[in-house]
Design a protein around this ligand. Structure first.
Ligand code: PLP
Length: 501
């Protein structure tokens, strides 16, 4: 199976090339030329497998230039029971959200307590193998722009992986104290972390510019290095996420909640549009899906896009209590547009050019219709997010994080508006302990402790739930990284960080 660029179909690469390169030269994203198709019988056969079995089958069908051993090795190393608190890395809790019981797919049982681990524990294995296949002995330099969770998950995934270096840029005031601490204390000889004086979009744009800067690329080449990306623009990030939607469906079948063939809805707290896009791929491979519910926080550019067909990033940027969704340019939407237009690379390239030059674009009617046939948008502000956390805890004794709460609320709005009773999978994307302050203050009027770890303990005491071990351990960890830079200094910081300026 080969891959195209969304902005230029004549660019055709293998899976390994797509993963090693991360992004196409002209700025497009790599998308599969075709998708594996699974019948109901296939899906039934997945139901008899464990998570690793499902992952090996599904990912294997996409990774044409990998051997079965390579895939098997990667999956086994990534979804190790010890790293993910058991054999199923994405367990389901059934929770009443308003008047309907939803399947809450907990994607945060990995080493950094956010759903990014589902992809970033396996990406380093796929990436190092891809680089070996396509560029021999070159060193892969991973640049990451993060709104918080990707950075830590990527650092953890790539920590001391031979043949790689990783640099993470995060917005100085745009991540939670726990996220900052997770990154600043990261171990490993091949890692570095830099705070930029700007927001997430500045960080993401800065990284994209470095990736596509011909001078910097040739400097790297002279030093036997190549850039790659661990952001969700990398196909190797999206692919592992397709697996857990099939897996969730199988778990629901096995639990007797649905029978094979029943449709489900999927609700996802959305930022860069990677997670929800993975469920769209799953549907196009045969997973029975009715609607995709795209939940946003106060940065509701996607809600407006789904409602109007106009994507307009010219608006205030809000720093919210769900920082991993504080995004105005959702990169993976480009892939969705490519597929909804039937692979119209010229159209996609034009819209993306308009976005970068004018800050907005409007899709044509056919694309708008294809979008709204499947996608429903909705949003929720911080106040409503906190109210939702408090209500779900009071009624259901279920503690959720701020991002998941946004999806809960938007799902509830959707059911209220439509009466749709289709069984729904809601992606739960982070442990509540990553956002302890906002979560605890949703549960109590009392003054919270100043100290982050005292807050974590207070949340645990109040709810009788355990603090995840990796977060507990941070209390004693030593801070290693404190560098800050301006956005336009990023290229220089990269080169000097690599010792090649
Ligand atoms: C990254 C992240 C999101 C957004 O996911 P996308 O794939 O970027 O849409 C939502 N919640 C949490 C906790 C995250 O870390």
């Amino acid at each position: 199976m080969n891959y195209n660029s969304t902005r230029d179909k004549t660019k055709v690469v293998t899976a390994a090339q797509a993963i090693a390169q991360g992004i196409s030269d002209e700025g497009g994203l790599f998308v599969p030329q075709s998708l594996p198709q699974y019948s109901l019988e296939d899906i039934k056969s997945f139901c008899a497998m464990d998570y690793k079995g499902r992952a090996k089958k599904i990912m294997g069908d996409f990774l044409g230039d990998f051997t079965a051993e390579e895939i098997s090795e990667s999956v086994d190393a990534a979804y190790d029971a010890e790293k993910f608190e058991g054999d199923n890395p994405s367990p389901i809790s059934y929770v009443y959200i308003g008047s309907t019981e939803a399947a809450v797919l907990e994607l945060w049982h990995g080493p950094t307590c956010a759903f990014k681990d589902m992809a970033l524990q396996i990406l380093p294995h796929l990436l190092t193998k891809s680089v070996k296949k396509t560029c021999a002995d070159k060193q892969a330099v991973i640049l990451v722009a993060t709104s918080g969770d990707t950075g830590k998950a990527a650092l953890e995934g790539f920590c001391d992986v031979d043949g790689t270096k990783i640099m993470v840029f995060y917005p100085v005031d745009g991540v939670s104290p726990m996220q900052k601490r997770q990154m600043a204390t990261q171990k490993g000889e091949n890692v570095s972390v830099v705070a930029i004086k700007g927001n997430f979009d500045d960080a993401q744009t800065g990284v994209k510019k470095i990736f596509t800067n011909a001078d910097i690329k040739s400097t790297l080449a002279e030093n036997n290095m190549i850039f790659s990306s661990a952001n969700s623009i990398n196909w190797g990030r999206l692919l592992p996420q397709i697996v857990y939607y099939f897996s969730a469906y199988c778990e629901m079948v096995n639990a007797g909640r649905i029978v094979p063939g029943d449709k489900i809805n999927v609700a996802v707290p959305t930022g860069n549009f990677g997670n929800i896009l993975a469920s769209f791929y799953a549907m196009n491979m045969g997973l029975p899906v009715n609607k995709f519910i795209c939940a946003s926080n106060a940065n509701n550019v996607l809600t407006d896009f789904i409602a109007t067909g106009t994507y307009d990033k010219k608006r205030d940027f809000h720093t919210t209590i769900s920082p991993s969704m504080d995004i105005l340019v959702s990169s993976n939407l480009e892939r969705l547009l490519y597929h909804l237009t039937g692979g119209d690379d010229a159209k996609v390239a034009m819209w993306m050019k308009e976005l970068s030059e004018n800050g907005c674009y409007t899709v044509d009617d056919a694309t708008k219709k294809a979008l709204t046939d499947l996608f429903v948008g909705g949003c929720c502000d911080d106040k409503q997010t906190q109210k939702t956390i408090g209500e779900i805890y009071a009624k259901e004794n279920y503690l959720c994080d701020t991002h998941t709460a946004v999806a809960f609320d938007v799902y509830e709005q959707y059911v209220r508006n439509t009466g749709d009773k289709t069984p729904t999978v809601i992606a739960s994307t982070a442990s509540p302990y990553k956002f302890s302050r906002a979560v605890l203050s949703s549960l109590t009027e009392e003054t919270l402790p100043e100290d982050e770890f005292a807050t974590v303990q207070a949340l645990s005491d109040k709810t009788n739930t355990p603090v995840p071990a990796p977060l507990k351990a941070l209390k004693e960890a030593k801070e290693r990284f404190s560098l800050q830079c301006e956005v336009d200094e990023m290229p220089q910081v990269v080169l000097s960080g690599l010792g090649i300026n």
